[in-house]
Write a protein that binds this ligand. Sequence first.
Ligand code: SF4
Length: 237
Amino acid sequence: MSHHPLHLGIDEVSELNQELSEKSAEHVIEWAHNYFDHHMVVTSSFGDATLAHLAWSVSPLIEVVLLDTQFLFPETLSFAHELQQRMGGNLTTVQPEGIAADVELWKLDTDACCAVRKVAPLERLLEGRHAWMTGLRRDDSTMRSNTQVVALEPFRDVVKVNPIATWSDADAAAYKARHGLPENPLTAQGYASIGCWPCTQTVEPGADPRSGRWAGQDKTECGLHELRVSRVKVSSR
Ligand code: SF4
C-alpha cells in the first residue's frame, strides 16, 4: 500500500470535500496546485474556456491537457492554442497510441474508439500523478449530478478535483462575461457540448446540451468519467 506524502485517505478526502465545497473555484484550484504541484494534471476538452482560464489565472504553470483524439474539430484546437497564447499557459496535447490517425473506428464501435482515443491516453497521462482536475459540473447531466468537488477516483488511484462542480449554467455564463472570455466558435453554430466531429451534433436551443453527443445511441459519456467494468485496468502492482 502506497504511503506517498501526497496520498490522501478516504476520510481526508471526505473532509477536504466538505471544506472545499464551500470555497470559490479559484480557492480550490489554488489549494490543489499548492498541494499536488506537478503531480496534478487538468484535462479540458476546450468546449469552452472556463476551466483553462481559471487554472491559468491561478498559475500559468498548471498543466492543462487537451486529449486530442485526432477527430477534434479544427476550431477546438485553434481555440485552445489561442487561449494558451493569451494567457501564457502550460498546454499539452496528448494523442492516441497504437492506432493510425485516420482509422475511423467510430464508424464500427464508438466505445472501442473512445477507449483507444480518449481513455487509454488519459490512463497514460495519469500514470504517476496524484490528482486529476476536470471541469465537470452537476448541471451538465443527470449522470454528473452527484459530482463532488474533491473525490477519490475509483480504480485510477488519483484524487479527482472538480472545482466548478457546483456551478450552475448561469454561474458559468457569468464567469465568462466577467472575464470577457471568448467562446469556442462552434458554440455560435449551435453546438452546445463539443467533442469529436463525427460524434457531435448541433442541438435546438433549450435542448439538453449533451443530447448532441453520440446522438441516436445509448452512449452519453466517453468513459473518461464513467468507468465500465470491461474497461477497468487490472494492475499487477
Ligand atoms: S467521441 Fe467519437 S470519434 Fe471521438 S473518440 Fe469517441 S467514438 Fe471516437
